[in-house]
Design a protein around this ligand. Sequence first.
Ligand SMILES: *Cc1c(COP(=O)(O)O)cnc(C)c1O
Length: 375
Amino acid sequence: MAEPATYYADLNPSPRLLLGAGPSSVHPRVLRVMATPLVGHLDPQFITLMNDVQQLLKFVFEAPEDAFTIPVSGTGTAAMEAALCNFIEEDDPVLICVNGYFGERLVDMAQRYRADVRRVDVPWGEVFSASQINDTLSSFPAKIVAIVHAETSTGALQPLEEISEVVHAHGALLLVDCVTSLGGLSVGMERVGIDIAYSGAQKCLSAPPGASPLAIGPRALEMLDKRQTKVANWYLDMTMLTKYWGPERIYHHTAPISSVYALYEALRMAYEEGLGARFKRHRDNAHLLWDGLGALDMKPLIPLDRRLPSLTTVQLPQGLDEVAVRSRLLNDYNIEIAGGLGAFKGKVWRIGLMGHSSRAENVITLLGALERILS
Ligand SMILES: *Cc1c(COP(=O)(O)O)cnc(C)c1O
């Protein structure tokens, strides 16, 4: 074996400022709880914490009291998988709205669970109207309609209220990807009428990736209960996991205990801050960024009325070597921003102001560094 490159290093990575598409920077309080002594996954102390995590998840999702919430073991994609596999049986009609990279991922996944998938598309960066969903459902009576609230690949914010009405008028359930919205802008699960919602830890909640929020509303719980066939994914099967995360405490798989502690502390910080204050902070710092970009002759790609506060896609000036600028940001200033994804690769930057990263001093630091590099 060749000697590991880090063998003599002190494993102390540079203190990066994370302003990309996720992960976001993690508060020291959250990092600290990951270093507490490990307890067992059935230890009474851990069980108390599990209950609190579930309560706090209801709080950030703004979920109804009778929703079931759980941190899924794994990253946001595992929660996405759990949100699909538990409610899909073979040949179930599922409508998926695609206006970016993560809509595509939903399609691929639902097909692997053998759903009868119909996709509806609008160009990247645009959002769906309720009438468009209504028209599609009239000819394709889906059981589930899946849509992305905050498309991290484009920076577009999808309004959900009217779509929720249409979906329910057709007797379908609404499944929403809230990975880049939860903790940064209102998801409003109960107010909007979302049936299934999932997110990740490392975006607007600013915990390390590893335990990912999932919320299941009463209509979806009923659907889970009425399944004719076993869930096609053993690890993410909520008919079994509800028995570990419910009063029975039956072992299913070992929870990623330290990741759950981290998520707990991040959720507790959101609770202390209050959702209204937290959403306002995200909006205010986004405006600070957008104003500052204007002074550098750079423009956000998405019009203001549907632009996400947590992630901004920036149009790149003609002839700019965007990769070189991003590596100078990283190497000279310790700042990470993201390039474009999929269809937007090489065309935009993605600047995230998520969770603990959404602070005025970070915006000013980024703008200052960009000004020096570009001049
Ligand atoms: C990041 C992200 C995901 C995937 O989450 P991972 O933690 O990378 O697995 C899914 N959907 C959206 C909208 C995302 O931004």
